[in-house]
Design a protein around this ligand. Structure first.
Ligand SMILES: C[S@@+](CC[C@H](N)C(=O)[O-])C[C@H]1O[C@@H](n2cnc3c(N)ncnc32)[C@H](O)[C@@H]1O
Length: 321
């Protein structure tokens, strides 16, 4: 057999996921240029309540959020992991700047396009803001951060990014964060709450077809970047929600028995009819789950900010002393 060299993390992870017994692909690869654009369509559709809820929280409680951020130290740095287009964060940034707050903003995203667009947008929309955009995987970048002791850092992890992790991965993530944080630092995390399953299902399986297009775009990305021949019409987006555990899971289901050739990986992948590729976890929480996660990760909750329907919670955490 011809020997091939696996060049990128995307190639390595795709090979691992599609050769495993229960096939999977990592959701962090959704966000190529096309994926980032489709995600903006998702964020703007009425069924995707998550955006409206976090917008409502920031619009109505920005002063309360600022008071907590600036409580012990007026000078701070906001580091946002997976910032995307920063749509909601801009509300806080503008408010803080109008309030003459002394802070700088470091958005991090794996999507080069997202970071470049965000930095340009901020120059126009929030002039005077001190921005330091970083492109890369936050798991890699976080360890390199200059967490020098005297400037307070607040890590923003918004828009239910945390929901993409299962419990173990969340614990690993917070443990990694804890090792680089100083006692005065804080984390501010968006949690999507358990609610009427119909509301959740409509957000992840919408009538406009945006979530389906977003999920199927992963296959198109493999075609483009790894020279594969996925026929996207032979796969269907599927969403499953378990109200008990709060796990919403996205799959791509093979509609027929088929084979797919991935030339850059020198692989032929076989699919049975009905076989699924697991592509994304979107965990939903309740207040006890948030409290348990904070406690198990070595943090304590300072304050929860919620929207009027209690659909979403932005939770501010301190390191446990
Ligand atoms: C669901 S979007 C949320 C964007 C934004 N935080 C919001 O609330 O609207 C997730 C973002 O995280 C980025 N992302 C996902 N995994 C990442 C990783 N491991 N490292 C850096 N960025 C990542 C994606 O590119 C995308 O822009």
């Amino acid at each position: 057999m011809e020997q091939i060299t696996i060049q990128t993390d995307f190639a390595k992870d795709t090979l691992e996921g599609l050769s495993s017994r229960a096939k999977y692909l990592s959701s962090k690869y959704f966000y190529d240029e096309r994926g980032s654009k489709i995600f903006q369509d998702i964020m703007h559709m009425p069924e995707y309540y998550l955006t409206d809820c976090e917008l409502e929280i920031f619009n109505t409680q920005k002063q309360g959020i600022y008071n907590e951020f600036a409580r012990q130290q007026a000078h701070f740095e906001l580091i946002e992991l997976g910032a995307g287009d920063g749509l909601k964060t801009k509300i806080l940034l503008s408010h803080f700047l109008n309030y003459k707050a002394d802070f700088k903003y470091t958005p991090i995203d794996i999507s080069e396009e997202a970071v470049k667009n965000l930095v340009t947008d901020l120059e126009n929309e929030v002039p005077g803001l001190h921005v330091n955009g970083q492109i890369g995987d936050y798991f890699d970048l976080i360890d390199d951060f200059n967490f020098n002791g005297h400037i307070k850092k607040i890590i923003l992890f918004l828009g239910s990014n945390i929901g993409n992790f299962n419990e173990q991965k969340s614990l690993d993530f917070f443990n990694q964060l804890r090792t680089v944080l100083n006692p005065q630092d804080q984390v501010f995390i968006g949690f999507d709450m358990k609610k009427d399953p119909d509301v959740i299902m409509k957000a992840y399986n919408d009538p406009h077809g945006h979530t389906a297009a977003f999920n199927l775009n992963l296959l198109r990305r493999i075609n483009d970047e790894l020279d594969a021949d996925f026929e996207t019409k032979n796969f269907k987006h599927q969403e499953v929600y378990d109200p008990q555990t709060g796990a919403a899971k996205s799959y791509l289901v093979s509609q027929i028995k088929q084979k797919v050739i991935i030339r850059n990986l020198n692989q032929t992948i076989w699919f049975k009819a009905g076989e699924r590729i697991f592509t994304e976890m979107s965990q939903k929480y309740d207040l006890n789950m948030i409290n348990d996660l904070a406690t198990k990760s070595g943090f304590s909750i300072v304050r929860n900010f919620s929207d009027r329907r209690q659909y979403f919670v932005n939770s501010l955490w301190n390191l446990k002393s």
